[in-house]
Design a protein around this ligand. Sequence first.
Ligand SMILES: Nc1ncnc2c1ncn2[C@@H]1O[C@H](COP(=O)(O)OP(=O)(O)OP(=O)(O)O)[C@@H](O)[C@H]1O
Ligand SMILES: [Mg+2]
Length: 313
Amino acid sequence: MDNKLLLLTSKKQKLDSFRPLPPELVKNLDDWFKVELTYTSNAIEGNTLTRAETALVVEKGITVQGKSLTEHLEATNHVEALDYVKTLVGKERQDITEDDIMNIHRLILNKIEAGSAGRYRTQHARLTETDVVLPNPVKVPDLMQEFVKWLVSDNSDHIAKIAAAAHYKLVSIHPFSDGNGRTSRLLMNLLLMQEGYPPAIIRKEDRLAYINSLERAQKGNGLDDFYNLIYEAVDRSLDIYLEAIEPERISVAELSPEQRFYTTEEVAKLLKVDPESVRRYVRSGKLRAVRLGGKFIRIDRVDLNNFIEGLKR
Ligand SMILES: Nc1ncnc2c1ncn2[C@@H]1O[C@H](COP(=O)(O)OP(=O)(O)OP(=O)(O)O)[C@@H](O)[C@H]1O
Ligand SMILES: [Mg+2]
């Protein structure tokens, strides 16, 4: 098997060895993933809410000045769709139905496009950034039946591969007039969560690589790039869990260029400010961090670099 998949399996086994996880930790991680998935999945689609704004909308029900009703609805709808997906985590992949996928889509477009929420498209669809040709709408119902048949079939592949393939197959059928990406990402994450994996987050900065890898596959050049992108995303999520469980794993003394996450103390050291200033940057939303038990414990290298770039401007 692919080395990357073996690594995922071993990290997952390690995570399982800590179960049951402390309920407070689980709740904090759940809350963090909820905001992060909602922010990123909508940002990829063009929603302009920032992570901090998304958190305000979904956690506090606050509206953000200057942002459209649709952008707010996309945030709250995504949370509702994710909550629905979580109700399906208890069942097996073999029991997923076409209705489940329809329901996810209905929640995604609820109150935004009443006519097409939870319905297959009846029009030709085109992807804006590519000349890839999508299936004729007449074929969509059959293709979807076939897709679900594949989804629930015996398949001994690694779940990360099945989940990524499901995402690819669904966006390639493109059964809906809009919301295909968001629905597919949720379906992929349902499959991962059913097997005890944390959800994969496709970051905003991964958008181009993500779309390009889908297009490459569409044009017959294989799914390797797409698989790798998804495996990386699953790996990052596993790291977030593992580092939350054993934060002392990374030494504060040495900062290595390969390091993915930094603690508050490390960031303070790097920016030559005190840890309280770092916490302030995080509270104000200027710097994104994984917040656990009230402490900011992990800051993604990409976010840290963005923040440092921002300071220079
Ligand atoms: N060449 C391609 N082949 C297959 N799927 C693609 C290709 N390019 C993009 N996609 C998928 O189509 C999605 C866009 O479709 P659509 O607008 O229906 O979804 P969305 O949920 O509204 O938006 P988004 O997926 O961008 O959040 C992309 O996110 C991506 O998942
Ligand atoms: Mg769209």
